[in-house]
Each structure stands twice: as C-alpha cells, then as structure tokens.
Ligand binder design. Structure first.
Ligand SMILES: CC(C)(COP(=O)(O)OP(=O)(O)OC[C@H]1O[C@@H](n2cnc3c(N)ncnc32)[C@H](O)[C@@H]1OP(=O)(O)O)[C@@H](O)C(=O)NCCC(=O)NCCS
Length: 199
C-alpha cells in the first residue's frame, strides 16, 4: 500500500492527495450488497430496499457496475445499473456518493454502462429522470441522449414529471467513435480530481 493510502482518509477528497488514487469500475455482486444499500441511503435516503437490490444483482438481465473506494473497499463511491430488455438497455440507477460529486465519477459510470450495452449488442439505451434533475439531464445529453417524451406526475412523492431519454444507434460506428472519445475525456476529468482510472 502506498503511503498516502495509509491512515484514516475515508472522507478526504482525492484531489488533496499528492498521487492519483486508482479507481476501478467493477461489476458488483451480492458481496457488495451492504455497500450498495448504504450508497442508496446516502444518495436517495433509501429509494430501494435491500431485497430490491438483491433481485437486481441476481437477475441475469441486469448489469450492475460500481466504484469501490480505494481507501476503504467496503465503501461504494458510485453505482450504475441497466436491464437488458430485448435490444434495449434500461438504465435503472446512476448514483454517486454526494461527497464525491463533480469529480467525473458519474460520467465514468455512464461510460461503463453504455460501453457494456455496446458489448452486449444492444441497440438503444433509455431511462427516466426527474424533470428538475438538470445536472443528470445535462450528463445524459453529453452522451447523446435526447428527450423523447414525458411521463406526467410519474414520481409519486411530489407528483413530478419524468422525462424519458433515449440514445439510439449504439451499434453504429459513430457510437463507437463517441464512446472511445468519452473514455479519453472521462480519464482526463477524473485525473483532474486526483483519480487514475484503471480498467
Ligand atoms: C447525476 C450524478 C450521478 C452525477 O454524478 P457526478 O459524479 O457528480 O457527475 P460528474 O462529475 O461526472 O459530472 C458529469 C456532468 O454533470 C454536470 N455537473 C456535475 N457537477 C455539476 C455541478 N456541481 N454543477 C453543474 N453541473 C454539474 C456537468 O455537466 C458534468 O460534466 P463536466 O464535468 O464535463 O462539466 C450525481 O449527481 C448523483 O448521484 N445524483 C443523485 C442521483 C441522481 O440524480 N441520479 C440520476 C438519476 S437518473
């Protein structure tokens, strides 16, 4: 373990470290369930139940990716998931621990999910997002998602509309070019925040 990984840095930001910290996007398994539930609490104050995440992890149709903290491997910094339904990737979760926002982790996760969708031969990706979630919408639009419609009063807690976002042509050469460029941009964004993306 390198010197800067020693000690209690569980909440320090990597940009304070003299050397970049390795960050690896992993496919999550049932062994990560506790960390997933804790991240859900941190991000959404308990949106999904433990059973819900367990089903997600065990489903053969779901791809569940995440970053474990290099400082504390039982802590998850971010997670993203999609379901393969026919030839579509339905993104169900994208979340980064609020203490690690705006460092490039969200775009790295989205890159990872979309790259996996391409590897799986899927043609399109879609998701629903709160109409007021401008930050997330901006992130998705940077990857080429377009607003395809609205589900009025979709969110029961505050009757908020959901925007339906779509990204098509995943198997086209233009997508492969875009996603390769995104990887370069993601690495660059992460490195500015003191992370080194390893794959
Ligand atoms: C949406 C979310 C995953 C983004 O994660 P993140 O790690 O903060 O995002 P990134 O640092 O990769 O930033 C991605 C883009 O979001 C936007 N963004 C990020 N932080 C921002 C800020 N403080 N102000 C304005 N825009 C911001 C920028 O467009 C940014 O791209 P850029 O760095 O090239 O300018 C995160 O905010 C989150 O977990 N939110 C709560 C859960 C949620 O809303 N999920 C989406 C539901 S569909």
């Amino acid at each position: 373990m390198s010197e800067h990984l020693k000690g209690n840095f569980s909440h320090s930001l990597p940009r304070e470290c003299p050397n970049p910290l390795d960050l690896e996007i992993k496919s999550l398994s049932i062994s990560n369930l506790d960390a997933i539930v804790q991240l859900d609490i941190n991000c959404f104050a308990g949106l999904w139940s433990e059973d819900g995440y367990k089903r997600e992890l065990e489903s053969p149709n779901s791809e569940f990716h995440g970053f474990l903290s290099p400082l504390n491997p039982s802590q998850l910094l971010g997670m993203g998931c999609f379901w393969s339904i026919l030839d579509e990737a339905h993104i169900t979760i994208l979340a980064v621990d609020p203490q690690y926002h705006s460092q490039g982790l969200g775009q790295a996760l989205l890159y990872s999910l979309l790259n996996r969708a391409w590897e799986c031969g899927l043609e399109r990706a879609t998701l629903e997002v709160r109409a007021s979630n401008h930050l997330a919408i901006s992130l998705y639009q940077k990857f080429g998602f377009k607003i395809a419609g609205t589900r009025p009063k979709y969110y029961k807690d505050n009757q908020e509309d959901a925007l339906i976002l779509w990204l098509g042509k995943i198997q086209y050469p233009q997508f492969q070019e875009m996603i390769a460029n995104k990887l370069v941009a993601v690495r660059d964004r992460l490195s500015k925040s003191g992370w080194h993306l390893i794959q």
